[in-house]
Design a protein around this ligand. Structure first.
Ligand code: HEC
Length: 165
């Protein structure tokens, strides 16, 4: 069992590094095309100059992997919610909002696990906004639902402006 675990973890780091470098090569030319608008956030401008002034959470490879998986699932949830709202399937949208983005125990633990109090607060506010959004969907009002979705996705934007892995 121990040997198995060691083998597994000794593979993870090289694989992650490979992934990171492979992505960097592909990504960089794309970033050059981004022309910052006047009121773009500072982080964006720094990225296009090859610098990143966002605060690092200093995550280890396993935390990074876990966080990105979680984030991709957040994006998928937002996508599902948009589709469900478009089809007036409010109850399902409400369920996705709560289960995938809301203040579940798993999410709260995840936010607390990175050792940064401000990050945790922002994360908790984000999840609380998804709880509220889930309630708004139950009223079956499209305008209010879309506004609630915009309010929640604003937390995605705020956190991404401030933090990196
Ligand atoms: C409290 C902070 C926080 C919130 C809220 C947040 N994220 Fe993230 N997200 C991060 C961090 C940190 C990263 C890593 C960014 C980096 O290192 O460049 C990330 C990365 C991502 C990625 C990249 C995934 C990958 O595989 O590369 C996606 C997609 C993403 N977030 C989507 C979302 C969406 C959608 C929401 C809202 C519904 C959201 N995030 C809310 C902190 C947050």
């Amino acid at each position: 069992m121990l040997i198995y675990n060691m083998k597994k973890s000794s593979l993870i780091l090289p694989l992650l590094l490979l992934f990171v470098f492979a992505c960097q090569e592909k990504k960089d030319p794309g970033v050059e095309h981004v022309s910052p608008k006047k009121d773009d956030p500072p982080a964006m401008m720094h990225t296009s100059m090859g610098q990143d002034s966002r605060k690092s959470l200093h995550l280890n490879p396993m935390q990074k992997h876990h966080q990105l998986m979680n984030m991709r699932s957040h994006l998928e949830a937002v996508h599902d919610i948009i589709n469900l709202l478009a089809e007036d399937r409010y109850d399902e949208a409400s369920e996705v909002a709560y289960k995938q983005l809301g203040s579940t125990t798993e999410m709260k633990m995840m936010c607390a696990s990175f050792g940064d109090k401000n990050f945790e607060q922002l994360g908790l506010q984000f999840h609380a906004s998804a709880d509220k959004m889930s309630e708004v969907f139950k009223k079956r009002d499209k305008d209010k639902s879309l506004r609630a979705l915009a309010h929640t996705t604003n937390f995605c934007i705020q956190c991404h402006k401030i933090y990196r892995q």
